[in-house]
Write a protein of this length. Structure first.
Length: 250
């Protein structure tokens, strides 16, 4: 069994007096894709932001079995964690290439001058980005912007990539393409923590899954087991609904 990369124990996140996430127990092993599904407002995005250090949290967060007492963005990036936010946060007036170079800025600042090599690896994953490397990010399609957001995060050479709703606003065929790419990341040794509203697509690409409801883990297990769990089918997949061939990922 692979070593545990990320471990959360009794992990809690609050907005003032309001506790948005409470008592979460979650782990991600090396080379594993783990998804968090659940209804809107369940705390999925809040969970990712807190892990990244964008929101204050309590409980235990450990990377490589080393507890990080106060997660900050700088500390998490330094330890090989990257987040692709729901809104992607691209620099629209900058070219594709410049957006990618910004993703590798932390490594450059640390004296690692391998941005050209890393960019070629990103282009190998996303050939369309190489074709559009001189275009402004604002001119890309929705699917291409998502590819650029993921590619920019990969420029930091993360060990753990956290994706917040990568299928949001994309057509089913583009969702399939993006999630097939996500599945291929394990071949690069990148672990993935995926928050996704499209429960069926997420469960088809993941190894394990957690169901978050009202800020707490309501159910967890292998993705295949949850894909066939009657509670998940009835609540998130539709009663008796067959897999959409446009979304299914192999």
């Amino acid at each position: 069994m692979s070593a545990t990369l990320l471990q959360l124990r009794d992990f809690c996140v609050s907005y003032g007096a309001v506790q948005a996430v409470h008592g979460v127990e979650l782990s991600v092993r090396e080379g594993e894709i783990v998804t968090v599904i659940g209804p809107n407002g369940a705390g999925k995005s809040t969970l990712l932001c807190a892990v990244m250090g964008l929101l204050p949290s309590s409980g235990t967060l450990a990377l490589d079995e080393h507890t990080i007492a106060r997660p900050t963005v700088e500390a998490m990036v330094a330890r090989g964690v990257a987040l692709v936010p729901e809104r992607r946060e691209l620099f629209g007036e900058m070219s594709v290439e410049d957006n990618l170079l910004l993703g590798g800025f932390w490594r450059w600042r640390k004296g690692q001058r391998d941005q050209a090599r890393r960019m070629q690896e990103v282009f190998a994953l996303f050939p369309r980005l190489e074709e559009r490397r001189a275009q402004e990010a604002s001119t890309l399609s929705g699917g291409e912007r998502q590819m650029l957001a993921i590619g920019r995060a990969l420029m930091a050479e993360p060990r753990l990539l956290m994706l917040d709703e990568p299928s949001l606003g994309l057509a089913p065929l583009i969702v399939r393409e993006v999630l097939e790419m996500v599945a291929s990341l394990r071949k690069l040794g990148v672990s993935v923590l995926l928050v996704e509203q499209n429960a069926r697509a997420a469960l088809q690409v993941a190894d394990r899954a957690y169901v978050l409801e009202m800020g707490a883990v309501a159910l967890s297990g292998t993705a295949q087991a949850l894909l066939h769990d009657r509670r998940i089918i009835d609540t998130y997949l539709g009663i008796g609904k067959k897999a959409d061939p446009l979304v299914a990922v192999t």
